[in-house]
Ligand binder design. Structure first.
Ligand SMILES: NC(=O)C1=CN([C@@H]2O[C@H](COP(=O)(O)OP(=O)(O)OC[C@H]3O[C@@H](n4cnc5c(N)ncnc54)[C@H](O)[C@@H]3O)[C@@H](O)[C@H]2O)C=CC1
Ligand SMILES: O=C(O)C(=O)Cc1ccc(O)cc1
Length: 366
């Protein structure tokens, strides 16, 4: 299969990141995009990512060898019916949606199953829209492919090669298995994050004490509550059965914890927390999973003018470039006041070593 022209339906964080990566690796590709808002299309034309933009889903997509559906999941499904009458019979159709069963059912019903292979890059972030897209977002991330019973081996091979060419890691999964796994590791965690933030929002006093104190642990577990509400409403609705099952199972776990606390069953609590801790510590570090934070260190700095400049001057003198830096007003266990973010682990470790030599107290993430 020869892929020369690629179409994008939806050009936000994920569509934009795939298009940008493809533009970098395959500059000869023709790329066309349709998006609801013109803003992304204008930006992508201006930065040279796409060659053609359209704000209606029209005949321009007849030229495509491959089309990525990159809008929210229910929108992708709605677009299939229109695309059916536009695309060529040899065009490979795929999506990047977080839910796979409903789109596979829809392509079967519409008669597009021969041309469709589901896709789901397991990389992303709570930041959405084209403005946050990056040509490196998918690098080293698993990219799940879900062929259907009618998908062709030629299409699968071509898709696999394209994914590998942008340095993502293709893996093939059954679409139902995909939806059960993502309900547990992605969809339920997003619901829990939204719920936790709403609980604190409702429980806070009028002075906003909780909001002021909200620290590391709360922020770590709720980062994803900043994700797109429109996207997550559609994911919950499309993966309804699996999400409800995981919510039930989660409620059972909460009930176990509740009972142990009520009975003051300390042994049960320790066992429960320990099982989770061991499993959590054994999660693989090597792949980027969803988004992996850049390595950071914390440094205790005196509360005086110029203290931060001294730290950055030491790092600059040692040719260590800083990705980000910020004061943390909240000193929890282990966290110093100045957070410094680096490009990679090696730079973070070197910075820690140098600052320790200058007698700074440095905390590194384990
Ligand atoms: N955000 C993430 O981290 C990840 C998201 N996904 C999936 O990728 C897809 C896109 O998500 P993101 O890029 O994050 O969201 P996004 O909000 O950045 O992009 C979605 C794009 O679709 C456009 N859009 C929305 N409704 C539309 C409509 N009715 N017609 C035409 N265009 C429309 C929006 O204008 C936007 O540009 C979703 O299906 C999501 O499940 C997959 C992996 C990771
Ligand atoms: O921000 C994060 O950590 C995410 O989990 C992003 C994400 C959102 C949806 C997906 O289907 C995959 C990844």
């Amino acid at each position: 299969m020869n892929i020369r022209t690629i179409g994008f339906i939806g050009l936000g964080l994920i569509g934009g990141s795939i298009a940008k990566a493809l533009r970098r690796v395959h500059p000869e590709l023709q790329m066309i995009a349709y998006n609801r808002s013109r803003e992304s299309l204008i930006a992508a034309m201006e930065d040279g990512t796409i060659n053609q933009a359209t704000d209606t889903l029209n005949e321009s997509f007849a030229a495509c060898d491959l089309i990525f559906l990159c809008a929210p999941v229910s929108v992708n499904i709605r677009c299939l019916q229109i695309l059916k009458d536009i695309i060529r019979p040899d065009c490979l159709l795929t999506d990047v949606g977080s839910v796979k069963t409903t789109i596979h059912e829809a392509v079967n019903e519409i008669g597009l199953s021969r041309q469709f292979i589901g896709g789901h890059p397991m990389a992303g972030s709570e930041k959405f829209r084209y403005a946050n897209a990056s040509d490196r977002l998918l690098e080293n991330a698993y990219y799940i492919l879900t062929p259907g019973a009618d998908s062709s081996a030629e299409h699968l091979e071509a898709y696999r090669n394209l994914v590998a060419s942008i340095q993502a890691i293709p893996i093939v999964l059954d679409y139902r298995e995909h939806d059960r796994a993502t309900a547990a590791i992605s969809h339920l965690p997003h619901i829990i994050a939204y719920a936790l933030v709403n609980l604190v929002r409702r429980s806070d006093n009028t002075e906003g004490l909780m909001r002021m104190l909200a620290a590391g642990g709360f922020k770590d577990i709720t980062r994803i509550a900043s994700s797109s509400p429109e996207m997550w409403q559609q994911i919950c609705t499309e993966n309804q059965a699996q999400v409800l099952q995981m919510l039930d199972a989660y409620r059972e776990d909460l009930a176990l914890v509740e009972a142990a606390i009520r009975k003051e069953d300390n042994a049960a609590l320790i066992k429960y927390f320990d099982q989770a801790r061991i499993y959590r510590n054994a999660l693989p570090e090597s792949y980027r999973g969803t988004i992996q934070p850049l390595p950071e260190i914390y440094v205790d700095v005196p509360d005086e003018t110029g203290a931060i400049s001294v730290v950055s001057a030491i790092l600059a003198a040692n040719r260590l470039s800083i990705k980000n830096m910020g004061i943390r007003n909240n000193r929890e266990v282990q966290a110093g006041a100045l957070k410094i973010v680096f490009e990679n682990m090696k730079a973070a470790a070197k910075a820690a070593e140098i600052l320790k030599k200058y007698n700074y107290t440095v905390y590194e993430r384990d």
